[in-house]
Design a protein around this ligand. Structure first.
Ligand SMILES: NC(=O)c1ccc[n+]([C@@H]2O[C@H](COP(=O)([O-])OP(=O)(O)OC[C@H]3O[C@@H](n4cnc5c(N)ncnc54)[C@H](O)[C@@H]3O)[C@@H](O)[C@H]2O)c1
Length: 331
């Protein structure tokens, strides 16, 4: 069961729906529901928005833009828009922007009577917790402004659910991978190896060990949560029961590209300040409701590597034929 049956005929706003996970979710939801994508395209692409969705270019830190995107006929908001990198150079800006977006969205929902929100949170709310980490683990001590912003957004949703009759579904993702992924370890290794096939610089000691979830499984899980959760605030981890080390990811990417680069480690147990080096979420709460991922962590990494390589070779092909066309036109 993929849960999307219950979404038929609903009007759903997907914030961040031009981004990686949001565009895959919008595609799935648009098979059954009427979908509006709201995104400022700061990290998304217009061409990733499905043709059968309505697109509103909106900066969700701006209340007027939010009002344009979320109207009184909306049944559900899937709120994915966020500044998502663990960026230690600008903690205030990132925290404030994520908080402003979520507060603007919930206030607008309250004002026009939209009853339900799904919010994409992150494993980073747990900080460096014992593994597998269940949803009720405490104390929640994030180690990045990004993690703190997600935790504060969750707290705000609890307020709106308890005081203003909003139903809130919160999904805490492990690392999601798949087509359209940018700014993460797999596309980073691919880019580096395309530039220099003989050596690969790896951040940290390569022993960071995290759980990777394929975006198809992630979208299935979200639909399942939307169909199955039944309390005013319901929080679920989304991940895999297994993990993959960074060195293993380097091996998968190198092997898939047919390369044998020399690895050069920058050293230290974490890749960067704010990085949680070991992460595995307990997924038993959602498993009890009938969802388990089809792919293991390693299978997700393998599939995503192949899909991203195919995507990049398509882009190369298009830009080559584009430059030939331009050349022809200018001759
Ligand atoms: N990808 C992962 O591994 C992962 C892990 C944990 C949590 N998450 C969360 O899932 C959600 C989706 O992540 P993603 O990987 O697809 O990221 P993404 O960056 O591809 O998508 C986020 C989208 O939000 C949009 N956006 C950013 N600021 C905006 C603003 N001010 N107004 C309107 N739109 C804005 C961007 O343009 C982008 O399209 C995010 O909330 C992220 O924090 C993702």
């Amino acid at each position: 069961m993929n849960g999307s049956e219950s979404l038929s005929e609903k009007r759903i706003v997907v914030t961040g729906g031009a981004g990686f996970v949001g565009s895959h979710l919008a595609e799935r939801l648009a098979e059954r529901a009427s979908v509006v994508v709201a995104d400022d395209l700061s990290n998304g692409r217009r061409e990733w928005v499905p043709d059968d969705a309505t697109f509103v270019r909106a900066d969700l830190t701006d209340r007027d833009d939010v009002a344009e995107a979320i109207t009184s006929d909306v049944d559900l908001v899937c709120h994915l828009a966020a500044s998502k990198s663990v960026d230690t150079d600008r903690p205030r800006e990132q925290f404030e922007s994520n908080a402003a977006m979520t507060h603007n969205v919930t206030e607008r929902m309250r004002a026009v009577g939209v009853p339900e929100i799904l919010f994409t949170s992150s494993s980073t709310v747990y900080g460096e917790a014992p593994r597998p980490t269940p949803e009720d683990y405490a104390p929640l001590e994030p180690i990045s402004a990004y993690g703190a912003s997600k935790l504060s957004d969750e707290a705000l949703l609890s307020v709106y659910a308890n005081s203003y009759d909003l139903t809130a579904r919160i999904v805490r993702f492990a690392n999601v991978v798949g087509p359209r992924l940018r700014g993460a370890v797999i596309p980073d290794f691919i880019d580096k190896l395309r530039e220099d096939p003989d050596s690969l610089r790896i951040l940290g000691d390569g022993r960071q060990e995290k759980s990777y979830l394929h975006v198809d499984d992630c979208v299935d899980a979200i639909c399942h949560v939307l169909a199955a959760a039944d309390s005013p605030v319901a929080t679920f981890n989304l991940g895999t029961r297994t993990t993959t080390s960074v060195t293993r990811i380097a091996d998968v990417v190198s092997e898939t590209m047919g390369l044998e680069p020399a690895y050069e480690y920058t050293g230290g147990e974490r890749g960067w300040t704010g990085d949680v080096p070991k992460m595995r979420l307990s997924i038993e709460k959602l498993a009890a409701l009938g969802w388990v991922p089809e792919r293991s962590s390693e299978a997700a990494v393998e599939a995503a590597t192949e899909q991203l390589l195919a995507e990049m070779s398509d882009i190369d092909g298009r830009s080559r034929s584009g430059s030939t066309e331009r050349k022809t036109a200018s001759q």
